[in-house]
Design a binder for this molecule. Structure first.
Ligand SMILES: Cc1cc2nc3c(=O)[nH]c(=O)nc-3n(C[C@H](O)[C@H](O)[C@H](O)COP(=O)(O)O)c2cc1C
Length: 234
């Protein structure tokens, strides 16, 4: 009996040691597997994000300070063609785009803006900035986008067109800023009507927004995005 129990004790000890060894090995293997998976995920993510389009999307920020240097015409041509290659409902292209770098136009409408700023705290702050040159955040070039008022999908089409423009510009080292307020100002200020008319949009088209474009004179930080807005539905 004594002999048996001694053997059993030895057997039990051996089993425990073997179990501990196996568990230890399994834990180590699991740990290694976890680490490999993590490295693979990071590597896979890096592969997915290491391309020009994703880089342009993630690096684009609204630029509100520009150098005075003009945007080369060849760049503008490509950027605008990227704009009209955006997806749009039934390819009906319910958008119109006007581009200007005319100082007469930009300074003229800016003069109206400065005059209208009196009494408006936000506008006043903008025009009183020491480096204020124009109402389009000092951009040397402005793109105006109009949509067809009676076409439901037109604002979506125009939005997609604008993003193509902004990403193409980003990829060429240019900065942009979508300006809804500038369009609002031009539509609601009687003294600005003559400038709106100069844009010569077709009948039935309405100015939706402007895009300031030029060489950036600032590098804004990314604003936070709320990832909880994304939800996968099983
Ligand atoms: C429809 C629309 C209208 C906008 N209007 C203005 C504007 O009037 N003035 C301005 O400074 N920025 C304007 N923005 C830029 C937004 O403020 C900007 O995209 C947002 O704060 C996110 O920052 P990010 O572009 O740097 O990522 C507008 C953007 C959109 C899409």
């Amino acid at each position: 009996m004594k002999y048996l129990s001694k053997n059993w004790r030895a057997f039990a000890l051996c089993m425990l040691a073997a179990l501990a060894l196996t568990t230890g090995c399994q834990n180590k293997q699991a740990e290694q597997a976890d680490q490999t998976a993590a490295t693979d995920t990071t590597a896979a993510e890096e592969n997915l994000t290491d391309n020009a389009v994703v880089r342009a999307i993630m690096a684009r920020r609204s630029v509100r300070k520009y150098k005075a240097d003009p945007v080369p015409k060849e760049m503008l041509d490509v950027i605008l063609r990227c704009g009209i290659n955006a997806p749009n409902a039934k390819n009906e292209q319910h958008w119109e785009v006007r581009v200007t770098e005319s100082k007469t136009f930009i300074d003229g409408i800016t003069k109206v803006f400065v005059e209208s700023a009196k009494g408006d705290e936000q506008m006043q702050k903008m025009v009183e900035a020491p480096d204020f040159r124009n109402m389009f955040r000092n951009a040397p070039t402005v793109i105006f986008v109009a949509g067809k008022a009676d076409e439901k999908s037109s604002p979506i089409d125009c939005g997609l067109l604008g993003e193509n423009i902004m990403l193409a510009a980003q990829s060429m080292g240019l900065g942009t800023c979508c300006l809804g307020s500038a369009a609002g100002f031009m539509k609601s200020t009687p003294a600005a009507a003559e400038y709106l008319k100069q844009l010569a949009f077709s009948d039935g088209y309405e100015l939706l927004y402007a895009i300031a474009i030029g060489y950036p004179d600032e590098s804004p930080e990314a604003k936070p995005r709320d990832e909880s807005k994304i939800r996968y539905i099983e």
